[in-house]
Design a protein. Structure first.
Lengths: 233, 233
DNA sequence: ACATATCAAGTCATCTAATCACTTAACGGC
DNA sequence: GCCGTTAAGTGATTAGATGACTTGATATGT
């Protein structure tokens, strides 16, 4: 098994595209040249170019829209990505994911409590208000609203790298948890715990925010542990 | 900008490949069918199949070796990935990365101190011994050895998800830091701080391990802050 | 004037069929 | 047993074409 592989033309094209995006000062959402123009500019055929483009697409650097064009993707500047190929977690991996969240999210709640201000707090309130409207609705929508609360809290902490980490963990966590949260009691308890965390953040009480987030995630973990031992019908 | 895009054949092929890997019980390193066989089996042409394969390759699910075949990649089971497209960090991003490490790595050192045993500790000792041989050597090798120490410590914490997070952060951190650590004094201080962390882990002293890791990373951050304000010649 | 339908041009998506470059295993010679 | 050569299998790329989609412009109807 060779550790050093020869760079392919397709590898080089990937680099050329990244360079083009960078030197062109392109931001997420900007349109890039068409595949025809790019294949001519780089003097390669379109299937070869498309290989490079698929690679960039898979990692969020570009978006390819059929009939429209190629656009710079939102993840171009990220450091950390959720694995898009994750379909099923190994036994125990979900619990490790929750433990990871228990390590990372409480300090973030504390950071949010220390630094969040007017507009930020109003936005977080809106997120929770939106979540409340889903308490009697579809699982998927409630779940999404709850994840939005966690994402918004991580964002308020003011560290983009940690926000990316939390976002990544929540993204891969998505489908697994959606199947599990199916009892009304958990919905309301979740919501109340989110409210308590928000109150601590609004009050600027870093210690309470951290403790409440940790307790909330420990609750979630406990529920999931039970579910893993007694799957619902 | 449409939020719902039509799935392409190439998208479907990506899913088919993931399914083939999963239902085949393939582990990282296992060889998969050739592109010729796969394109026949899925009734598509090789350029189309190769688009899907490049996507999977970019996210670590497979490795394509010219002349040899396609192999299941090491990242197939990961939840979190380093962004392979990261070439240059925005201003401030490196400091945020360090702050992220300051949040995550100290609790991991504490976890390692609580749970590491004989073989684990011996391996960590070997990592530091190896790093010591590079103190007078090339920057790249010393840097790699130092990163290995951090990775090994995160592994000893016993949470694979957090290990992936740390690995991802260290991976994207790599090239940036390599250019900065160029003074002998920092090399020795780094090494001594790593030794102190190891001793706390060996002693099973979770509090000391955590405090020393936090102090070490704060030192690293301080050095980097100075370098960012006064770039070396 | 505004709304709707149609069309043309540009764009991405996929195909067909071939050749080129690399790896690995088998075989022969020393 | 070791080394060199060859053949077979494999990934990598090309050239040229067609099909499917999007977007903007134009024409038509109310």
């Amino acid at each position: 098994m060779s550790e050093v592989t020869r760079p392919t033309l397709s590898d080089a094209l990937t680099e050329r595209m990244l360079e083009l995006i960078r030197t062109g000062g392109h931001r997420p959402g900007d349109r890039l040249p068409s595949t025809r123009e790019l294949s001519q500019r780089f003097a390669v055929t379109t299937p070869t170019l498309r290989e490079a483009l698929r690679r960039l697409e898979a990692t969020g650097a570009i978006e390819m829209r059929h009939g429209s064009g190629i656009y710079v993707g939102p993840a171009i500047e990220r450091l950390v990505l959720p694995n898009p190929n994750m379909r099923e977690m190994r036994g125990g991996q979900l619990l490790e994911l929750l433990d990871a969240r228990i390590v990372i999210e409480p300090p973030l709640a504390a950071m949010a409590a220390r630094r969040a201000r007017g507009d930020d707090l109003a936005a977080l309130e809106r997120v929770l208000g939106e979540a409340a409207t889903h308490l009697r609705g579809e699982d998927a929508e409630l779940h999404e609203a709850n994840m939005t609360f966690h994402r918004a809290t991580a964002r308020l902490a003011g560290n983009s790298v940690l926000h990316e980490v939390v976002d990544s963990l929540l993204t891969v966590h998505g489908a697994e948890q959606r199947e599990i949260l199916q009892i009304f009691d958990d919905r309301r308890r979740d919501h109340e715990e989110h409210r308590a965390i928000l109150q601590a953040i609004v009050a600027g009480d870093a210690t309470a925010a951290e403790d409440r987030m940790r307790a909330h995630l420990a609750d979630v973990k406990s529920v999931i542990e039970q579910r893993l031992h007694q799957p619902p019908k």
